[in-house]
Design a protein around this ligand. Structure first.
Ligand code: SF4
Length: 545
């Protein structure tokens, strides 16, 4: 029996899957380019998701998940479009305390014994993947959580030495660890540097004592400032997560935090909107209206403008960095359909055409590994159409998309398949096309959860239309996706693919010389051009460097 998960990106998690049954899909309406624009204008009125949302995936984890494969060989049985290369994500669920806004699966408090056992099993999982990855190079490692720096030093040594033992790490691999304030004394920073860590992601959210008090954060700001300064001095490549959209937030709170981070020498910041709906229980959850939507948009616009004046460039919509001092390779490369080993509880991975997720319970995770079984809980099986659309939609959502690269990599002519959609979005001011580069405009950012997903196969949208009516009526994303009708102008035809090709240095120079994004507003044009060039050239250089 088909299973419908209770997730449509984030919000749908509040709907119990037991009440949902998949019904027969209905045929979508045909569309001309002008009809598409007309329908889209009307449908976008119902979109009021918070901005910018970071928890986004295509295809949404919604339909027909398969159960775990028998072996890693099974999981990795399809050839990769990025042969010879992959990334690793490791998860540690332990945290010093539980922050009020946190919706991750976290184990707070003293848990040394459990952590020891968990890391032993994490190492077992590495050993299981090792033979299948032989001959391939790992380009980036991201150790997230939870708070991995909450682990004792001997466990950190075990994790990083096991990575070296079981995988071939590129000499210039980007190796990131997440940290929270109060877990990063200077000796730990020295140790991490010795272990090969060259990037830190520090989650402090705010430097405002008043806001921190409401988050159940148990450290002093003085301590956090010392940790951050040491990290900037010792590692340099430091990103700080900030957050906005708190109840009682003053207009300048986010700006003050960003300004202080800048003074501390932090070269990269991520800005997340607090998702109040995440923290609510099913009983008082009333989808989908976000009351702070407008406030969040204003906060974000001010932050973006401020960072621009300080030489920070947008890497992604909500991540800004100084290109000389910070890199952001791991996340960006995920959208190349690069295989990603997801290790640890709840970790999400990507095997070619098989996005997967590990078991979330620590006991069953350890038990599976102790019995020599793969701790994968679910797998989504993608066909070639969904695989290429995963790359197209994700790149449009987060960076930019090159139709030439897609053609070279998959043998697919995106402009032919989505001709009318491209024309409509360009006409509506949501998309710019310069040569082979398609890029969403700042106006599209207000609908960034939905517009990229229009570049999905009609067959996929038809399947969505078979979901229960009340489900579609409740959530804007499936409602818009199914309400718009067909967005394909031609069938998917996969010609001969040439493999993976990166933007050449010559092409980068060309893109720098030609402002690829056209705007009417001169102020915007300046920002947009800079952003797009960064997206195509400078950031890939920074990321590679
Ligand atoms: S430190 Fe991060 S992962 Fe841990 S409870 Fe707080 S927000 Fe959640």
């Amino acid at each position: 029996m088909p299973h419908i998960s209770d997730c449509f990106n984030k919000k749908s998690r509040y709907i119990k899957s037991a009440g949902l049954t998949e019904t027969a899909a209905v045929k979508l309406r045909e569309n001309t380019a002008s009809q598409m624009a007309e329908r889209l204008s009307a449908l976008l009125q119902i979109q009021n998701d918070f901005f910018p949302c970071f928890d986004w995936a295509f295809p949404p984890p919604l339909l027909s998940k398969s159960s775990a494969p028998d072996s890693i060989e099974d999981l990795f049985s399809v050839s990769s479009v990025t042969p010879g290369r992959y990334s690793i994500y490791l998860h540690s669920p332990f945290c010093k305390s539980l922050c009020s806004f946190c919706y991750y699966a976290v184990i707070p408090g003293d848990s040394d014994r459990m952590a020891e056992d968990y890391i032993d099993h994490l190492v077992k999982e590495m050993a299981m993947y090792s033979p299948v990855m032989e001959g391939m190079t790992c380009e980036s490692v991201y150790f997230g959580g939870g708070t991995p720096t909450f682990l004792q030093n001997d466990l950190l040594v075990k994790v990083f030495s096991s990575l070296q033992r079981y995988f071939l790490l590129a000499a210039d691999a980007e190796i990131t660890i997440e940290a929270s304030p109060g877990t990063l004394p200077e000796e730990k920073l020295w140790l991490l540097r010795e272990l090969g860590v060259n990037r830190l992601s520090y989650g402090i959210q705010s430097l405002d004592e008043r806001l921190l008090k409401g988050m159940n954060r148990d450290y002093s700001l003085a301590e956090a400032r010392v940790e951050l300064s040491s990290a900037v001095n010792l590692l340099g490549n430091v990103n700080v997560d900030t957050m906005y959209g708190f109840a009682g937030e003053h207009q300048d709170d986010l700006l003050n935090t960003l300004s202080e981070l800048y003074e501390l020498g932090v070269p990269s910041v991520s800005i997340y909107a607090l998702d109040q709906q995440r923290s609510q229980t099913l009983q008082n959850f009333a989808p989908p209206k976000d009351e702070l939507y407008q406030h969040k948009i204003e906060q974000f616009a001010r932050a973006e403008a401020f960072l621009g004046t300080k030489g920070f460039r947008p890497v992604l919509q909500n991540v800004f960095a100084d290109p000389e001092r910070a890199s952001y390779r791991h996340q960006v490369r995920r959208w190349d359909n690069l295989p990603l080993l997801g290790l640890g509880i709840n970790a999400q991975g990507y095997a070619p055409q098989r996005p997967y997720q590990n078991i979330s319970g620590i006991k069953s995770y350890c038990q599976q590994l102790a019995e020599g079984r793969l701790p994968v809980a679910t797998v989504d099986k993608l066909d070639r159409e969904l695989e290429v659309c995963r790359e197209i939609t994700s790149k449009l959502r987060f960076t930019y998309m090159s139709t030439e690269q897609i053609k070279f990599k998959y043998g697919l002519d995106v402009r032919k398949v989505f001709r009318d959609l491209i024309d409509s979005l360009e006409g509506m001011g949501f998309l710019t096309c310069q040569d082979d580069i398609l890029c969403m405009t700042p106006a599209a950012a207000y609908y960034n959860n939905i517009l990229p997903m229009l570049f999905s196969p009609d067959a996929f949208k038809e399947r969505l239309s078979g979901l229960p009516e009340e489900y579609i009526a409740t959530f804007p994303v499936p409602r818009i996706l199914t309400g718009i009708g067909k967005t394909q102008s031609a069938a998917f035809e996969f010609g001969e693919a040439g493999g993976e090709r990166r933007v050449s240095p010559e092409r980068r120079k060309f893109l720098h010389a030609h402002n690829v994004v056209r705007r009417n507003n001169p102020e915007r044009r300046e920002t947009a051009g800079r952003r797009s060039v960064d997206r195509m050239g400078a950031w890939s250089v920074a990321a590679a460097g």
